[in-house]
Design a binder for this molecule. Structure first.
Ligand code: NOJ
Length: 488
């Protein structure tokens, strides 16, 4: 353990010697911070909110979470929202990406279920609060807190959820679209579906390996496309807002410089980012994915492919269903071909094993998170080349540490990643128009509970008022925002 810590300190020193870029951020480039409802709000059963899939599961099996905690109170942002807005304002951020809790708006799921007025009012106040301080709201409609009653009808495995989502989205456009001009339908569909429906890393922990992820994603993509078209037709001409989609992607670097490793790196990019972005930009799943899952399903004796098919109309509806792409990026891994997976599974279908590199600095609280700034630049360039340089926001990027205010590792991460982003913009010509650091406050980090911290601001979870104290990284990010250059 000690050896590991010394080694990591050494790695951080190594990465600290990377030179920071001298470029400035373009004139219209915007800076922000991001968060999500379940991770910060608390007030789980207040003001008529319905139960979500995390409430339901974590109340029944607290041991699922590393430290046995849950989001019942979290940062108590439902009550402390004015203080949060002041922190964002003082940072100088141009925009705040936050999510709306679906079960606060529609607590029950029966036909004829009523809109919860108190839920509507809460976000109304919040959005007005942001605007009164000159902060642009960027709203995520779905950041993982599905109403439990919908999960009981099959959740994202049931095609009828597409209509349910559309009803919910329509309520949000009607209630807030006069003031909200940046919408994100979904956050990280891979994590929702592959972790939540194929696996057991995320609620609802369905464990339907090799099948759940594909079905869930298919419905989620259709919900995205239909919502985009609905907004385009009914609201966009008047409200003039933009609708995007936030997809997570690591960068995958070939482990060795061989043709096979290069192919595996490209394949995993197509199976992760491409799984979602191909349909949204080009209309259908990447061909490598269709070919492999179709062939492997046939070999496994499935009567039809485990990867569902879009109809011609659905392809036309999905193609181009975005005004901007959201990119959530944290880390890089190395890749090599592998068929050492159980079947059926996404892993076997993709046929690639990821590796961490012991020479790269690793987060002491999240072992899969490595500090590889150049991987960020390569990812942005890859997206530019694949999708004809779409407008992109980095909708999340951040580093996890333990407690403490002198967060030098996070400072290193932010300055080096932003330096690489500047090179992606100025030298590679990537059309990146904004960046949001994840996250403003330490918060409930899913199965890690409160054990790992991503915040620019430390939160004391033992204190009943959840005291907030800005860290060193908060001051550094503030300087970057005001100078529009990466300076420490
Ligand atoms: C991605 C997710 O959107 C967010 O909820 C999570 O906290 C961060 N990554 C960090 O793991």
């Amino acid at each position: 353990m000690l050896i590991k810590v010394i080694y990591c300190v050494f790695c951080l020193r190594l990465s600290a010697s990377i030179e920071l870029s001298n470029y400035s951020f373009p004139k219209d480039f915007v800076f922000g911070v991001a968060s999500s409802s379940y991770q910060i709000e608390g007030a789980t059963y207040e003001d008529g909110k319905g139960e979500n899939i995390w409430d339901y599961n974590l109340h029944r099996k607290p041991e699922i979470v590393f430290d046995g905690t849950n989001g019942d109170v979290a940062c108590d942002s439902y009550h402390k929202w004015e203080e949060d807005i002041s922190l964002i304002k003082n940072l100088g951020a141009n925009f705040y990406r936050f999510s709306i809790a679906w079960p606060r708006i529609l607590p029950s799921c029966n036909v004829g279920a009523k809109i919860n007025k108190k839920g509507i009012e809460h976000y109304d106040k919040f959005i007005n609060g942001l605007l009164s301080k000159g902060i642009t709201p960027m709203v995520t409609m779905y950041h993982w807190d599905l109403p439990q009653c919908l999960e009981e009808m099959g959740g994202w495995m049931n095609a009828s959820i597409v209509d349910d989502f559309l009803i919910y989205a329509n309520i949000l456009f009607e209630a807030y679209g006069d003031r909200v001009k940046h919408w994100i339908t979904f956050n990280e569909p891979f994590q929702v579906c592959e972790y939540g429906y194929s696996g057991t890393e995320m609620a609802p922990f369905r464990n339907l390996t090799g099948v759940g992820g594909y079905n869930c994603s298919h419905h989620l993509l259709l919900a995205h496309g239909r919502t985009y078209r609905h907004y385009e037709k009914k609201f966009k001409p008047i409200q003039k807002g933009k609708v995007g989609f936030a997809v997570n992607s690591g960068w995958f670097e070939p482990k060795e410089d061989t043709e096979e490793d290069r192919r595996s790196s490209e394949r995993v990019m197509q199976f992760s980012y491409g799984w979602y972005m191909h349909p949204v930009v080009l209309g259908n799943y990447p061909s490598v994915m269709i070919d492999r899952v179709d062939a492997i399903s046939a070999e496994e004796n499935y009567p039809v492919s485990r990867l569902p098919k879009f109809t011609k109309e659905e392809i036309d509806m999905l193609r181009g269903s975005f005004d901007f792409l959201g990119v959530n990026h944290y880390s890089t891994a190395q890749t090599k071909f592998s068929d050492n997976f159980h079947r059926p599974s996404f892993g076997y279908d993709c046929g690639v094993a990821p590796y961490t590199n012991p020479d790269w600095a690793t987060s002491t609280t999240l072992p899969g998170l490595q500090m590889v700034p150049w991987g960020f630049r390569r990812l942005m360039k890859w997206i530019k080349d694949q999708y004809n340089n779409p407008p992109m926001y980095v909708t999340e990027n951040g580093w996890a540490t333990g407690a403490g205010l002198e967060d030098n590792e996070r400072v290193r991460y932010i300055t080096q990643y932003l330096s690489e982003l500047l090179k992606a913009i100025h030298e590679d010509g990537c059309n990146v128009i904004g960046y949001a650091y994840w996250t403003i406050l330490d918060n409930f980090e899913w199965l890690s509970g409160f054990s790992t911290k991503f915040g620019l601001v430390q939160v004391d979870f033992q204190a009943s008022n959840r005291t907030r104290t800005p860290r060193k990284s908060y001051e550094v990010y503030k300087k970057i925002i005001s100078s529009r250059k990466v300076i420490v």
